[in-house]
Design a protein around this ligand. Structure first.
Ligand SMILES: Cc1cc2nc3c(=O)[nH]c(=O)nc-3n(C[C@H](O)[C@H](O)[C@H](O)COP(=O)(O)OP(=O)(O)OC[C@H]3O[C@@H](n4cnc5c(N)ncnc54)[C@H](O)[C@@H]3O)c2cc1C
Length: 380
């Protein structure tokens, strides 16, 4: 593509393809041993046992320096790991957020002591993080957050409420974004990131049940919870820059276009080896989109590997990818009549229908992403 979007074709290096073969063997063995059953929602279940098993193999924090428990490997190898884990429906949720964004934030902005305390525990698959950004009246407009951190002797006192916090009830830590000085003319100034131990007195985690009636996210209330000074991440007041630097990592990975991959596989099986013209055309369109999205996502991983910040390209991948994830259940329900649905297909379809509305909300809504893309294209 030309202009402000810089997608370019990237070949995965031989080391990444060798890792793919190793991963496939490992995942097949784990599945056969009954250590997991594939989850139809692409990000899989929450399993500390599985996270510890892959931590022991060096597959969490695999791009981080070895001195902090990382693997010193390339982002393209991590890309392959993510793709294989999701395609297999492996239970990756426990370590997912820490591996994808909390660990990299600590690595980039944290103190030496913070790096030595948290990164090795994350890499071993023993320390799980959640994201404390959204609030009851602040989601897309994150700069309007009201959760406040007030300076007190030896630390900070936190007051406010976070919402939609995925897995807060099962995580040890949160990276919290809070206001440390009142909102002034520059609405992006005066915010700070903190490392919060969720077991701290004054923090209440309350469940919110989603459309599938599953307890996945929460409301997290802070009632004068004390956080010591050494838990400030980076510079006080620099929270906005730190948060926005995470976005390309959060928006471009295979998790933004593989969430309903399990259903696509079930659909191909349900249609069988000799599909009719209508089925062949519909599945062909889906596969063509899948292949294109995959190349775009690899391209963004390549730019990240070279130290670039491809936020606009990541927004394009997330917008197209999450639309694709929503299209799969729409096509599946159209092609396979209710009476012809085998139990596994029906289960995957039901699950995808209940989860699909969230795909274009979590990690940045469709409208907000399109605003970012339009601005980059000079359309607004
Ligand atoms: C499954 C799931 C998991 C989540 N997990 C987490 C988590 O772990 N941690 C966390 O902090 N948050 C989490 N979120 C919250 C998510 O980031 C927010 O829901 C999202 O950013 C939107 O914010 P909002 O819900 O406040 O909606 P709003 O921002 O109020 O948006 C409402 C509607 O207005 C539209 N809109 C808003 N602003 C604009 C604009 N400028 N231009 C055009 N349209 C606009 C939006 O597109 C949307 O359609 C999760 C959400 C979901 C669905």
């Amino acid at each position: 593509m030309q202009g402000p979007l810089r997608f370019r074709q990237i070949e995965l290096p031989p080391a990444a393809e060798a890792l793919r073969a190793e991963l496939r063997r490992f995942l097949a063995d784990e599945r056969q041993a009954g250590h997991f059953t594939p989850d139809f929602e692409g990000w899989g279940g929450f399993s500390p046992e599985f996270s510890r098993a892959i931590g022991a193999r060096g597959w969490i924090g695999m791009t981080w320096p070895k001195e902090y428990g990382g693997g010193g490997r390339s982002p393209l190898e991590r890309y392959v790991l993510t793709e294989e884990m999701l395609a297999a429906g492996a239970p990756t949720r426990a370590h997912w957020v820490a591996d994808r964004q909390s660990g990299p934030t600590i690595l980039r902005f944290g103190t030496e002591q913070q790096k030595r305390t948290y990164l090795p525990a994350i890499a071993r698959g023993e320390c799980y993080f959640c994201i404390g950004m959204s609030e009851p009246d602040s989601g897309s407009d994150l700069a309007s957050i009201r959760t406040r951190a007030t300076k007190v002797a030896g630390g900070w006192e936190i007051e406010g409420t976070k919402i939609w916090t995925s897995n807060a009830h099962r995580c040890h830590m949160m990276i919290l974004l809070a206001r440390t000085s009142p909102r002034g003319e520059d609405r992006h100034a005066g915010m700070t990131q903190f490392l919060i131990e969720l077991a701290t007195p004054g923090i209440a985690v309350r469940p919110i049940y989603n459309l599938a009636n599953e307890h996945d996210f929460n409301e997290v209330a802070f009632d004068r919870a004390f956080v010591p000074d050494d838990r400030v991440i980076g510079e006080t007041g620099n929270g906005w820059n730190q948060v926005t630097s995470e976005l390309a990592f959060e928006r471009s990975g295979p998790e933004r276009w593989l969430s309903t991959y399990g259903l696509l596989r079930e659909l191909v099986d349900a249609v069988g080896p000799e599909p009719g013209a209508k089925e062949a055309e519909a599945i062909g369109r889906l596969i063509a989109q899948l292949v294109t999205l995959r190349s775009m996502s690899i391209s963004v991983a390549g730019m990240l590997a070279e130290g670039e910040t491809p936020n606009v390209e990541a927004a394009v991948v997330k917008d197209l990818g999450t639309n694709f994830e929503q299209e799969i259940p729409a096509v599946a329900r159209r092609l396979i009549p209710h009476a012809a649905r085998a139990p596994d297909f029906a289960h995957a379809l039901d699950h995808a229908i209940l989860w699909a509305p969230a795909f274009t909300i979590r990690g940045g809504t469709r409208e907000v992403l399109r605003g970012i893309i339009a601005r980059a294209l000079g359309l607004r």
